[in-house]
Write a protein that binds this ligand. Structure first.
Ligand SMILES: C[S@@+](CC[C@H](N)C(=O)[O-])C[C@H]1O[C@@H](n2cnc3c(N)ncnc32)[C@H](O)[C@@H]1O
Length: 212
């Protein structure tokens, strides 16, 4: 699925247009774990934070509320971003909204914090995951922080009708490679709007400073 960007884009445009964002299984009224991990990683208020595959996520709202000023939300589907933009009203102007595929996206300025909840796990093929990591490496500042949330090994095998790859923090560390250091990890039971429980793995990594 994700091997073909146009097909994936069509899928996600359709998904976001089909029903209200609050009814999507991944919807969170407050993105508590993401926020806690960003704060715990001591990401400063003037940091450039990107939410990869943010769609209609409420993370941008929460980060603006917390005082963050340099936010970018990247998503393959404009329809998800439109929902977030409409919800934020005038505050949407404080966020950069980018319709792009994470596998080829490059920022105009280095990113201090890369956040991804429920996006990486859709990349099934090795070349796609390699492209994801190449984008992350190209975007991230030398001391940058990476926070990734995926379905955990005991989580769902599918989301939005698509198969996913499930990760624990060790698998995520292997994917990112030796110049990223795992600094914290958390399991989280996400409650979907219909009441089901989904097991997520979150992990925070720091880019290791080259030894001088
Ligand atoms: C399950 S939703 C998660 C949305 C949001 N991160 C959240 O936690 O509420 C997955 C999102 O990733 C986006 N997406 C999927 N593949 C992508 C890709 N290759 N590049 C950028 N965004 C992508 C979809 O459009 C969708 O908005």
């Amino acid at each position: 699925m994700e091997a073909d960007g146009a097909t994936a884009q069509r899928h996600w445009e359709k998904v976001w247009s089909a029903r209200p964002a609050e009814q999507m299984s991944w919807f969170e009224p407050v993105p508590t774990v993401s926020l806690d991990m960003i704060v715990a990683a001591e990401v400063p208020l003037d940091a450039h934070i990107v939410d990869i595959g943010g769609g209609a996520s409420t993370l941008a709202d929460a980060l603006l509320d917390a005082g963050y000023r340099h936010l970018t939300v990247v998503d393959l589907a404009a329809a998800g971003l439109d929902v977030a933009r409409e919800r934020l009203g005038r505050r949407a102007d404080q966020v950069e909204w980018v319709v792009a595929d994470v596998r080829s996206w490059r920022p105009s300025a280095p990113v201090d914090c890369w956040h991804d909840r429920a996006v990486l796990h859709f990349l099934l093929d090795l070349p796609d995951r390699d492209a994801y990591v190449a984008s992350l490496r190209a975007a991230l500042s030398p001391a940058g922080v990476v926070i990734i949330g995926t379905f955990a090994p005991d989580g769902p095998t599918h989301c939005s009708g698509l198969p996913v790859v499930r990760y624990d923090s060790a698998n995520l560390a292997t994917l990112l490679g030796p110049d990223f250091t795992l600094s914290s990890a958390a399991r989280h039971a996400h409650r979907t709007p219909s009441g089901a429980e989904q097991s997520f793995q979150y992990a925070t990594f720091r880019r290791a400073q080259p030894h001088g």
